[in-house]
Design a protein around this ligand. Structure first.
Ligand SMILES: O=C(CO)COP(=O)(O)O
Length: 253
């Protein structure tokens, strides 16, 4: 029997948070801890902040994650961070294949798949990001692009416990633009179908997050869209009041 997944409200702090971040993190952790029955709360921190974040959030329900990992657990890879290292610092999730990493570091679907295997080996849950560019949407290829990314970035070992999918249209990230509700529903329905065909019952209960200019003013409508099982939030996750307002918009909260 398929169960509707518990929503996940996840923040991606990207390369931010050093100055005022830890105060905001504690406020977020306390806010999230009041609603553990309706959703899971997660903040994916810069790797250097995870250990301090772990100490600061001790005793709260807030989960912490990283934003990338290497596909190997150790070795001669100057400057890289492994899944084992993230877990050692207190992370339980890792974002993989974010469009900024695909663009800035030429990450391919194969790279993302290999990284997901490292995450699974360590016991981290991978948040695998997919999404089309503006040009691809205008050409009518958004679904085809996302299907290819899912096919190439996900290993056969993915299941509803170790993997979350985040649909983040590249043109909606940091721009204030969001797809229409109709388009979000259509894409999430498409992703659900792809996941169900490949992973069966596991694919039916895998969480699919929406990301891209998600904010308090649009959260309620987006979060109650069919097959939207939470959000991946950039800019608005840096401010505790905005992140908690998005959390408050989770259906049933
Ligand atoms: O990239 C994102 C989350 O991973 C979304 O960023 P924004 O919420 O700032 O648009």
């Amino acid at each position: 029997m398929t169960t509707t997944p518990k929503p996940l409200i996840a923040g991606n702090w990207k390369m931010n948070g050093v100055t005022s971040g830890l105060t905001a993190l504690r406020t977020i952790a306390e806010g999230v801890s009041q609603h553990t029955d309706t959703f899971d709360g997660l903040i994916c921190l810069p790797a250097t902040m995870i250990e301090r974040g772990t100490r600061l959030c001790n005793g709260t329900a807030l989960l912490l994650g990283g934003q990338d990992c290497h596909f190997e657990q150790s070795g001669a890879h100057t400057g890289d961070i492994s899944a084992d290292m993230l877990q050692d610092a207190g992370a339980s999730y890792v974002i993989l294949g974010h469009s900024e990493r695909r663009a800035d570091h030429d990450e391919t679907n194969t790279d993302v798949l290999k990284k997901s295997l490292a995450a699974y080996e360590t016991g981290l849950t991978a948040i695998i990001c997919v999404g089309e560019t503006r040009a691809e949407r205008e050409e009518g290829r958004a679904m085809e692009i996302v299907s290819n990314q899912l096919e190439g970035s996900m290993s056969k070992d993915a299941n509803s416990q170790n993997t979350v999918i985040a649909y983040e249209p590249v043109w909606a990230i940091g721009t204030g633009l969001v797809p229409s509700n109709h388009d979000i529903e259509a894409m999430h329905g498409h992703i659900r179908q792809v996941l169900s065909e490949r992973f069966g019952v596991e694919g039916e209960s895998m969480r699919i997050l929406y990301g891209g200019s998600l904010k308090p003013s649009n959260a309620e409508e987006i979060l109650r869209t069919k097959n939207v099982n939470g959000g991946l939030i950039g800019g608005a996750s840096l401010k505790s009041e905005d992140f908690l307002a998005i959390c408050a918009a989770v259906p049933g909260n």
